[in-house]
Design a protein around this ligand. Structure first.
Ligand code: ADP
Ligand code: MG
Length: 348
């Protein structure tokens, strides 16, 4: 039988780790990315560099692969839809469109009777004026945000003038939750009621960027069970195929809220590479390529830290690691402030 060829849209570190997982399963990868310096080109079998709306290149890409997935959500729906006419795109483009839009995403979650933060749609500056009730809050663009980009913390209405907000874009205003903890649950769904789910992961963010993830999460049994239940409900309702991450907030009264859903492998799940028999990446490849589902087994507790900006320099100078430590350098050439350059997982 000839090898399966998996097409991946997006060439960041998640694309790299998907390619590595695919290779282990004897699956080839072709990565399509609009960035000529995309780090995943170091790990895939073939790399296509073109904008996501280039019809010719999209067509060429589709012809070469058997199935298509994506490693980030901000891909134009039209492109995913066009691709889906030629080859199966998983997760389905309609799921990506729903989750890509913060308002549609939160409406969907609330319909499942799952708690989210309080939120309201904002179309212009005047919409904000009567909303003192939602303050302190965070104004977020409805689309295209990540790592806190497109977000404005607002404490009082008088701040709005100074923030120079571009109201050409659409926003939601979210009330700030008094956070006790953040956790995430990663689930890979194969088919109806067929899934592998990882235990909740505890996450620490700084300046809206993930810094550290660890298992076990220090949470009550009730929150452990409820977060997994909600992740399963979301994945089943979406008839999702592949790996999905649900990010949660826990407030000071131990209330659980869904923050957002990522229709893809997730930064908080990097520790699954070393801490489980099957990683979130391998599970994603298995699900979208219709391979065998393998029961998940935890091998170890673990902690992962993101290596950001010039924190990578000492690691690149052969910093000595212990036997229980695993470094992943994303091989990004330009070191930039706030850019995720690599991660380090320590088994505990
Ligand atoms: P992104 O799409 O950039 O990941 P998020 O909405 O997940 O955006 O926000 C990033 C981080 O900012 C969260 O993980 C959390 O630490 C903080 N944050 C965002 N919204 C809220 C909120 N409503 N209340 C408290 N903290 C928040
Ligand atoms: Mg987030």
């Amino acid at each position: 039988m000839s090898k399966i060829i998996l097409g991946i849209l997006g060439g960041g570190q998640l694309g790299s780790m998907l390619s590595i997982a695919a290779k282990k399963l004897d699956i080839e990868t072709i990565i399509y990315c609009d960035d000529s310096g995309a780090p995943a080109q170091n790990f895939c079998n073939e790399f296509i560099n073109a904008p996501y709306n280039n019809k010719e290149k999209i067509y060429e890409f589709a012809k070469k692969v058997d199935v298509i997935t994506y490693e980030f959500e901000n891909i134009p729906f039209e492109s995913l839809n066009e691709l889906n006419k030629l080859k199966t795109v998983l997760p389905k483009p309609s799921i990506n469109r729903l989750i890509q839009h913060r308002l549609a995403e939160k409406d969907f979650i609330n319909k499942l009777n799952i708690r989210t933060t309080r939120y309201v749609q904002i179309e212009n500056k005047d919409d904000l004026l009567p909303l003192g009730d939602f303050l302190p809050g965070i104004l977020k663009t409805t689309t295209m945000g990540y790592d806190g980009k497109g977000q404005y913390p607002i404490n009082d209405i008088n701040q709005i003038e100074k923030l120079n907000i571009d109201f050409e874009k659409e926003y939601i205003l979210e009330k700030l939750v008094k956070l006790k903890k953040e956790i995430s649950v990663i689930i890979t769904r194969f088919d109806n009621n067929k899934y592998e789910i990882y235990e909740p992961i505890e996450n620490i963010h700084q300046d809206q960027i993930l810094r550290q993830s660890k298992i076990p999460a220090e949470i009550s049994k009730k929150l452990f069970d409820q977060s997994k239940e909600w992740a399963i409900l979301i994945a089943e309702e979406l008839k999702y195929v592949g790996t999905l991450c649900v990010e949660f907030f826990i407030d000071r009264n131990d209330n659980l809220y869904v923050n957002e859903i990522a229709p893809r492998v997730h930064n908080s799940g990097h520790l699954t590479i070393n801490a489980f028999n099957v990683s979130q990446f391998e599970n994603h490849v298995r699900a979208v390529c219709s391979l065998e589902q393998i029961p998940l087994k935890k091998l170890s507790n673990a902690e992962m830290i993101n290596i950001i900006g010039n924190q990578i320099i000492p690691y690149r100078q052969n910093l000595k690691l212990n036997d229980n430590q695993f470094l992943f350098d994303y091989l990004k050439k330009d070191i930039k402030e706030k850019r995720k350059m690599g991660h380090l997982t320590t088994l505990k």
